[in-house]
Design a protein around this ligand. Sequence first.
Ligand SMILES: NC(=O)c1ccc[n+]([C@@H]2O[C@H](COP(=O)([O-])OP(=O)(O)OC[C@H]3O[C@@H](n4cnc5c(N)ncnc54)[C@H](O)[C@@H]3O)[C@@H](O)[C@H]2O)c1
Length: 299
Amino acid sequence: MAKARIAVIGAGLMGHGIAQVFALAGHDVTIYDSVAASLDSAKARILANLRDLGDDQSAVGRVRPCGELNEAVRDADYVVEAVLEDLPLKQRLFVEIEHHVRPDTILASNTSVIPITSIMEGLRDRSRALGTHWWNPPYLVPLVEVIGTRWTSQQAIDWTITLHSDAGKSPVHVKKDVPGFVGNRLQHALWREAIALVEHGICDAETVDTVIKASFGRRLAVLGPLENADLVGTDLTLAIHQTVLPDIEGRGGPSPYLEQLVADGKLGMKAGEGFRQWTPAQQQELRTRVLTHLKKARS
Ligand SMILES: NC(=O)c1ccc[n+]([C@@H]2O[C@H](COP(=O)([O-])OP(=O)(O)OC[C@H]3O[C@@H](n4cnc5c(N)ncnc54)[C@H](O)[C@@H]3O)[C@@H](O)[C@H]2O)c1
């Protein structure tokens, strides 16, 4: 793809990493954040990542922080939003962005789970609006889910998929705009059962994680569940489901166990305790372990 002008709105965890990927792919990137500290540190964070990964550090020269939204988006071919997961905020932002961009600029949201239809409902032209759901860290996890609404043009979807595949990502097309898209629906179906196993006293939280990491988790990166079902046979899969599915958690809302953790202030690592207790050293060890694994998978 020819060099494009990309605007990234939100310079947080996801925004600066998305800007890094596009700059490394040779595009000119503007980045905007309403919080000066976040904007001011974006280039330093990108440079530190590039250095750590052994990527071309000159790419950071293609990233231009902008203190005004208008300035960041006015020349853009493509705008991707990565601000807080807050529907009214995203809605307001896109209505404002639409005032400043060209009629053919494609507008994307990196929301984790909010339907794109809700985010983009206030736009005058919804045919150029879509979702692109990246995974953290954006420069190490390949997948980007490209989500169209019933209004999105095929041309906008095709252009966005090419933009991401040419930048080295693995885009997939999600054809219906459902909450959580594909990846987070699958992930949180697993988390629902993981929490239920602890809630019902079947095992403790550490055991849940050990079971996954030491068994099917080992295969998951190279063997998807439907490949696996075909491998063992759909007949065996049916027999297993007849026994197991009636017993698996199917509740249509969050677990009361999870709600109680939150009510008790057990908010996870940031509080030192969630499902498990975490010392600062244990937290650091986990973060290093994940990053090391993802870096190895990339090479
Ligand atoms: N963290 C993840 O693992 C992950 C993965 C995929 C998608 N997402 C989604 O990406 C989005 C961003 O998440 P994050 O983890 O980067 O959050 P973050 O808190 O690290 O960053 C959000 C940034 O948005 C900025 N911001 C807030 N209001 C703004 C405004 N009006 N204009 C411009 N900037 C504004 C904040 O200052 C902050 O820098 C969310 O929608 C989130 O659900 C997150």
